[in-house]
Design a protein around this ligand. Structure first.
Ligand code: COA
Length: 174
């Protein structure tokens, strides 16, 4: 699988990629309210996370920049309740050094293509309201703001709102 990222190839993640995926995530645990985790996710937890998604047929994709994992994106089921079967939750994290080069855009485009292949009807992205880059990325790819939940998480001494964005895939070409 390829995508037009500058200097990176988007491909499905393998078990060998999990240490890099976990390191990228844990950097943002330490440095940003983009994630509401307060403690690092462990390698064992990350393997379960990976197997849960891929075992259910959902994509976990990485951007591979000549062997360095520049970032990752995944889909998971929004809710176990049956009527939510075609609603997916998207998550994306870039290594800090690779931000701002079009790799986030390439990852989201690739995961939207996977969502269409899986006949997903709507992709959800929950974004901490102060995260302008993530809001800008998702809006630029057709995600529409569906609601803002006030004071959903407390991190770094402040309450944070969460903006929920939706990308519907119900029309041909969407
Ligand atoms: C948010 C994130 C995934 C964006 O990835 P990226 O590779 O840096 O973004 P790209 O270079 O592909 O930019 C694509 C578009 O996103 C938007 N964008 C990117 N950075 C932005 C910024 N700092 N401010 C506003 N919009 C921004 C722009 O619309 C941009 O398109 P343009 O370059 O044509 O203007 C990345 O910065 C990241 O991992 N941040 C930390 C973790 C995080 O917030 N994850 C999301 C959790 S919901």
């Amino acid at each position: 699988m390829t995508a037009p990222a500058v200097g990176a190839r988007v491909r499905p993640a393998t078990l060998d990629d999990l240490p890099a995926i976990n390191d990228i995530y844990n950097y943002w645990v330490d440095h940003s309210p983009a994630t509401f985790d307060l403690e690092h996710t462990t390698p064992g937890w990350r393997e379960g996370w990976y197997r849960e998604r891929t075992g259910a047929g959902y994509p976990v994709l990485v951007a591979d920049a000549d062997g360095d994992i520049a970032g990752w994106v995944c889909l998971s089921r929004w809710s176990p309740k049956q009527a939510y079967a075609k609603t997916a939750d998207e998550s994306i994290y870039l290594a800090d050094a690779f931000r701002g080069r079009g790799i986030g855009r390439a990852l989201v485009l690739a995961v939207l293509a996977e969502a269409r292949r899986l006949d997903v009807h709507v992709v959800m992205a929950g974004v901490t309201a102060c995260q302008e880059a993530s809001l800008g990325l998702h809006r630029s790819l057709g995600f529409i703001e569906a609601g803002r939940y006030a004071h959903m998480g407390y991190k770094f001494g402040a309450w944070h709102d969460v903006v929920w964005l939706q990308r519907h895939l119900w029309r041909p070409g969407d």
